[in-house]
Design a binder for this molecule. Structure first.
Ligand SMILES: [Ca+2]
Length: 320
C-alpha cells in the first residue's frame, strides 16, 4: 500500500477524475481509498507501480504504509501477574496524583465522548461495560489487553468494586485499530481518525506512535483539530525524541513520570512533549475482569485524556 498526499492547490476531485480516466482497469480501481478532506488516497502497491508516472504528474508526497506501535512496555518486561477481584473502588496512584477526586465535585466527564484508538476494549469487564457506548473494529484477530488497560485509566467506574478512572462518567468509544501484537499501520490509523471525526468525538486518546513524520497523518490530525477535537498522544518509550502523532502541533504529547514525579527513564522527551502524567506502575483493568500493573507513556496519555474530559464536563455544566 502507498499513501499519497496531493498538494492542495489542485482540487482533489479533479485529480481523482483524471486518475480514474487514466486507470481504466476496473479491478485496479477497487483498492483505492480516498480521503477527500485530506487530499490523500491509499492505493495498493501494484497499482501505484503500474501508474507511477501518472501519479508523479502531481506534486504529491508518497509514503509507505508504515507500522505504528502501542506505547506500553511489553508484558514480558512487566513484573506482576494480572490479579482478580479488588474489593472497593481502589484509587490508583496516578488517578490520585492528577487530583481527579478533588475535581469530581464539579464534573465527572458526563456526556463527553472519548475515542480510544487502540487494541480493543474488554466489553464485559464490570468496571468498563457501562461506560462503552460504541466503536468500530478495523482489524481482525484476537485482542490484547493494552486497550482495556488504557480504557480503565480513563473511565473505570465508581461502583464499589475494582478501581476508578480519572473521568468515571465519560462515554468511551472503542476504536480498534491495533492487532494482538500491538501493531497497526498508517492507513488503519487514518481510518480510525476519520471515524472519530465523523462520529463527533470530543477527545481522541492515542497511546501509540512512530518515529517518522507522516504528511498524511499530519493532515488527519489537523482536520480533527479543526473540528474541535482534543487530540492526546503518548510521547513514546524510546528515552529520546518524541514520536508522531504526539509531536505534531495541536496534539497534546504526554511524557511519563513515576510516583516521585520524576520523568521515567524510558519516556520520550523534548520537543512535542507538552505535559507529563503518571506512567510507571499503573494499575488498571485487564480482560477477564482482572487488573494489572503496566508501564509506558501509553499509560500517561489516558490520565491527560481523563483530565480533559473533566474540564469539558465542568465547562458544559457551567454553560447549562
Ligand atoms: Ca470501580
Amino acid at each position: 500500500m502507498k499513501i499519497i498526499s496531493f498538494h492542495r492547490h489542485t482540487p482533489f476531485q479533479e485529480i481523482l477524475a483524471d486518475l480514474r480516466a487514466h486507470v481504466t482497469d476496473q479491478k485496479e480501481k477497487q483498492p483505492w481509498r480516498c480521503y477527500d478532506d485530506l487530499s490523500c488516497m491509499c492505493v495498493n502497491e501494484r497499482v501505484y507501480e503500474r501508474h507511477h508516472s501518472h501519479f508523479s504528474r502531481y506534486s504529491a508526497t508518497v509514503e509507505d504504509n508504515v507500522t505504528i506501535s502501542v506505547h506500553a512496555q511489553s508484558i514480558e518486561e512487566t513484573t506482576g501477574e494480572p490479579v482478580g477481584g479488588i474489593a472497593t473502588d481502589e484509587v490508583p496512584w496516578g488517578v490520585r496524583y492528577v487530583g481527579a477526586e478533588r475535581l469530581w465535585k464539579r464534573g465527572r466527564g458526563e456526556g463527553v465522548n472519548i475515542a480510544v484508538i487502540d487494541t480493543g476494549i474488554s466489553r464485559d469487564h464490570y468496571d468498563l461495560r457501562d461506560r462503552i457506548k460504541g466503536g468500530v473494529n478495523l482489524v481482525s484477530g484476537r485482542q490484547n489487553g493494552h486497550g482495556t488497560h488504557v480504557a480503565g485509566i480513563i473511565v473505570a467506574e465508581l461502583n464499589q468494586k475494582g478501581i476508578v478512572g480519572v473521568s468515571p462518567e465519560a462515554h468511551l468509544y472503542d476504536v480498534r485499530a491495533f492487532g494482538e501484537d500491538g501493531k497497526s499501520s498508517l492507513a488503519t490509523i487514518l481510518r480510525a481518525i476519520r471515524w472519530s471525526v465523523e462520529n463527533r468525538m470530543d477527545i481522541v486518546n492515542m497511546s501509540f506512535g512512530m518515529p517518522q513524520y507522516s504528511e498524511a497523518l499530519a493532515r488527519a490530525v489537523e482536520r480533527a483539530r479543526n473540528q474541535g477535537i482534543i487530540m492526546v498522544a503518548s510521547a513514546g518509550n524510546n528515552g529520546g525524541e518524541v514520536e508522531y502523532p504526539a509531536r505534531y502541533k495541536g496534539v497534546i504529547g504526554v511524557s511519563a513520570i513515576d510516583q516521585k514525579g520524576k520523568l521515567a527513564d524510558f519516556s520520550s522527551r523534548g520537543k512535542g512533549a507538552n505535559t507529563k502524567a503518571p506512567g510507571v506502575d499503573i494499575l488498571s483493568t485487564w480482560p477477564g475482569n482482572q487488573f494489572r500493573t503496566l508501564n509506558g507513556t501509553s499509560m500517561a496519555a489516558p490520565h491527560v485524556t481523563g483530565l480533559k474530559a473533566l474540564e469539558l464536563s465542568r465547562a458544559r455544566k457551567k454553560k447549562g
